[in-house]
Ligand binder design. Structure first.
Ligand SMILES: C[S@@+](CC[C@H](N)C(=O)[O-])C[C@H]1O[C@@H](n2cnc3c(N)ncnc32)[C@H](O)[C@@H]1O
Length: 318
């Protein structure tokens, strides 16, 4: 069914109204989540006065005037459109970018539960803060007081910032990319958190886990959020093939009574499959409870499109 201009505006306004509660604790939210908001192929995110529009279908371009008007009415100063060319590729060269409003630079700062994070809307598909992990950040932060945390595959260290602010004894953020760790350092500075000795480690997470075990380092809480596919020192990492090995190594440095968040955004992975991978490792006999987790409340319809999926477990161990 082809929407009229006013029907389209109604759907946009309705989707934003659904997020009103969330906007009290953060100014970084997904305002439209494709089929979940009856706008299939359209994703709109707000980062304070900055907006990013992902078009999985070019048809929505016909509502450019309405979208720009909606963003301006909310005080928007920056709006960038990202459209995938052809298949659902996420390679930078396959993403067409177009600034529709550019009254501010692409970099800004957002707040989430009293903490601040730098985002850049013109740096590939990701902005620097994964909105879908918001509730999971809070869940992890709630139990780190006085404990040592390993944030493996840390990206820009948003879990690390939340954990330090919540009173973790120490946090080690490990990522292979120097650039994202530097962004992590800026996030620490924004929140006036003074980094500890091993706070930012540029290293392959698998190698890091092996080294930590050798040196007798243990953690009370571990965040394990690898990309679906990545290259590392010994070859390539693929969730389906390599997750058990990664989980086994993480168990070996997890304290008694420790907890882990294990997650993947591989769209083809169900909770049953991920649970099977986790339980396949010998150390899994230590698991006391496994709680399935997904994307936060501003991702209705999560799992119905590859761009909106997150399969995770919160694992409490003996
Ligand atoms: C899905 S993101 C993690 C998101 C992060 N947990 C968050 O919530 O912000 C995956 C990260 O893994 C990093 N990465 C990829 N391969 C890696 C490896 N072999 N060792 C360590 N980090 C790696 C990437 O640089 C990227 O920052």
């Amino acid at each position: 069914m082809r929407l009229s201009s006013s029907q389209f505006r109604g759907l946009l306004g309705g989707a934003a109204a659904e997020r009103a509660d969330l906007l009290l604790v953060t100014n970084a939210v997904r305002l439209v989540n494709s089929v979940g908001d009856s706008l299939p192929g359209m994703i709109l995110e707000q980062y304070d006065r900055h907006y990013v529009l992902h078009l999985l279908s070019p048809d929505w371009r016909m509502f450019r005037r309405e979208i720009e008007g909606f963003v301006r009415e909310r005080g928007g100063k920056y709006l960038i459109v990202k459209e995938r060319q052809g298949a659902a590729s996420s390679r930078p060269e396959d993403i067409h970018e177009e600034e529709w409003i550019s009254e501010a630079p692409s970099v800004t700062t957002v707040r989430e539960r009293g903490l601040q994070f730098e985002v850049d809307l013109k740096d590939g598909l990701n902005t620097g803060l994964f909105l879908d992990m918001r509730a999971n950040r809070s869940r992890v932060a709630a139990l780190v007081r006085g404990r040592r945390v390993l944030n493996a595959f840390s990206y820009t260290c948003s879990f690390g910032v939340h954990c330090r602010a919540a009173g973790a004894e120490a946090v080690e953020n490990v990522d292979i990319s120097r650039k994202v760790l530097e962004r992590g350092e800026r996030n620490y500075a924004l929140n006036e958190i003074i980094p500890g000795e091993h706070e930012f480690v540029r290293m392959d997470s698998l190698e890091y886990l092996a080294m930590a075990r050798k040196k007798g380092r243990r953690f009370g809480v571990i965040v394990l959020d690898p990309p679906s596919f990545a290259r590392h020192a010994q070859g390539t990492f693929r969730v389906k093939k390599d997750m058990p090995h990664l989980v086994e190594k993480a168990f070996q440095v997890l304290d008694f009574n420790g907890a882990m968040l294990i997650s993947t955004n591989l769209s083809a992975m169900t909770h049953d499959q991920l649970e099977g991978l986790i339980r396949s490792v010998p150390e899994a006999k230590r698991i006391r409870t496994m709680t399935p987790l997904g994307q936060d409340q501003d991702f209705p319809g999560s799992g119905r499109i590859p761009e909106s999926c997150l399969t995770a477990f919160f694992v409490q161990c003996d």
